[in-house]
Design a protein around this ligand. Structure first.
Ligand SMILES: [Zn+2]
Ligand SMILES: [Zn+2]
Length: 484
């Protein structure tokens, strides 16, 4: 059995490999790479390939030298046999010139890339060859995507050699919307298992990451396999050189006996295909989430949250407490300046006093509105009832308050998912689980969180990573409210 790093050779690093061994095999591959470069130069001297200075500069001929178990190169430069792939003829896919593979208008074109093929079997173990599994899984994904109305192209549909350059060209020239490369993993540690997805930060970084996360999430859900950490890597040729969001999924470890058995079976392959296809579909049709934060602003916590939102280019809604705006005016101004929505929560967060009567509620609301206006300059029509629109304190007065507020043109927003972070001693891990589970896969979610809670800021990044199927949008008065 060979390690995954050797499935195509360290030269290409097409197969991502179990991360624990990544550095190790990468180091080993350096020696091999030098030999390959020497082989390439020798070949050029012999006139087997034309030396393209650009190609040499760009990662030393990776596009033209394929290291496989094929024909040995005369001269014995490499210990391992080499086979040269000419770039002279126009690359083709399934006999069709690539130029004809242009996306049809209005369609979404997915390019699936079953790794390896032909003499390059990828990693293998106990007679199970990676190249065969990659193709079987890709064909299953293709048939599901076609049923869902996507246009799909495979970089190979049979057991043939494709250079990495051909694979990438196929996607780029066809105008593909995404590129998904399918591989199998291997490790020297026999018990290592699970699904690993790789992307390049250089190629549509944020979108490639979202694609990777959403595919990993649905494949793990459909198979029950272990989710391995997402990997960003700039050296995997195919996902780096594509001009559209791309990822490479290693659907399991051939070195793990139990996982190998599953991977070779049609039932498990169908589960994998279902997860990949669903992930792709959700990538193109993300669900909508409106992040909302109550009870702020606070100093450190709100600013931590604002930093995260800014770094990710996300906007949220903050339902402010007038008293806290007076305490932290700079933070309130920052919320407004960075384009988030400001709503009114109350002036003083005292349920009993607030819900004593319609008048007491309105007086508190107007005071909060005035403070927010004075400090931030924002005149807002959005508000949220402390405790939600219907709660134990306002049963008697809720209808009248709602009526009075509607007359003023104000709209209130409750929520349909929550971190449940307004509890004593909240723990980040629990808040994330609450947030993820309470979405229930809904198409539209208004998420309740509290920016005064330290753990909420601490868990926000992880929470967002775990919700790749949602696009975070700005709550405005045009959004149909969720009301209890
Ligand atoms: Zn591979
Ligand atoms: Zn509150």
């Amino acid at each position: 059995m060979r390690k995954s790093g050797l499935c195509l050779s360290g030269l290409y690093m097409e197969c991502a490999g179990e991360y624990g061994h990544y550095v190790e095999w990468r180091e080993k591959s350096i020696g091999r790479k030098r030999k390959s470069i020497a082989a390439f130069v020798l070949a050029a001297v012999l006139g087997i390939v034309a030396v393209n200075p650009m190609a040499v500069r760009m990662n030393q001929a990776k596009a033209v030298v394929s290291q496989t178990s094929g024909t040995a190169l005369a001269g014995g430069v490499s210990e391992e046999p080499l086979r040269l792939v000419s770039r002279d003829s126009e690359p083709k896919i399934s006999g069709v010139p690539m130029g004809t593979l242009i996306k049809e208008t209005g369609d979404i074109l997915v390019v699936l890339d079953p790794g390896h093929g032909g003499e390059d079997e990828g990693c293998s173990s106990e007679g199970v060859e990676e190249k065969a599994l990659n193709l079987q899984i890709a064909l299953r994904v293709q048939s599901r995507l076609l049923e869902m109305g996507y246009q799909v192209r495979l970089t190979r549909e049979t057991d043939i050699v494709r250079t990495l350059e051909e694979r990438v060209q196929a996607a780029n020239q066809a105008g593909a919307d995404i590129y998904v490369s399918i591989h199998q993993n291997a490790s020297e540690e026999k018990d290592v298992e699970g699904i690993e997805v790789w992307y390049s930060g250089q190629n549509e970084g944020a979108e490639s990451e979202r694609l990777s996360r959403v595919i990993q999430k649905y494949v793990v859900e459909s198979t029950g396999a272990r989710a391995r950490e997402l990997q960003e890597n700039e050296e995997l040729f195919v996902i780096r050189e594509c001009t559209m969001p791309a990822c490479l999924i290693e659907t399991g470890f051939l070195s793990n006996r139990a996982e190998r058995g599953k991977l070779a079976g049609s039932g498990y392959q169908e589960q994998l295909a279902e997860g990949i296809a669903r992930g792709i579909d959700v990538y193109f049709h993300p669900r909508t989430m409106y992040l909302t934060f109550d009870d702020g602003p606070s100093d450190a916590n709100t600013n931590r949250i604002l930093d995260i939102l800014k770094a990710r280019g996300i906007h949220a809604a903050f339902f402010l407490i007038g008293e806290n705006v007076e305490k932290h005016p700079e933070t309130a101004k920052r919320i407004a300046a960075e384009g988030h929505t400001i709503g009114i929560h109350c002036y003083r967060h005292d349920y009993e006093a607030l819900y004593d009567s319609v008048e007491s509620y309105i007086a508190d609301f107007e005071k909060a509105q005035a403070v927010v206006r004075d400090v931030t300059g924002v005149e807002t029509k959005l508000f949220r009832f402390p405790g939600g629109s219907i709660n134990g304190w306002n049963k008697q007065v809720h209808d009248q308050i709602a009526e009075e507020m509607a007359k003023r043109g104000c709209i209130y927003y409750d929520w349909n998912a929550s971190l449940e972070d307004a509890v004593s001693n909240p723990k980040a891990e629990k808040l994330i689980a609450n947030g993820v589970s309470s979405t229930l896969g809904r198409k539209k979610v208004i998420m309740l969180a509290h920016d005064v809670i330290g753990e909420t800021g601490l868990c926000l990044e992880e929470l967002l990573d775990q919700l790749p199927e949602y696009e975070m949008e700005l709550l405005t008065e045009d959004v149909e409210p969720i009301q209890f």
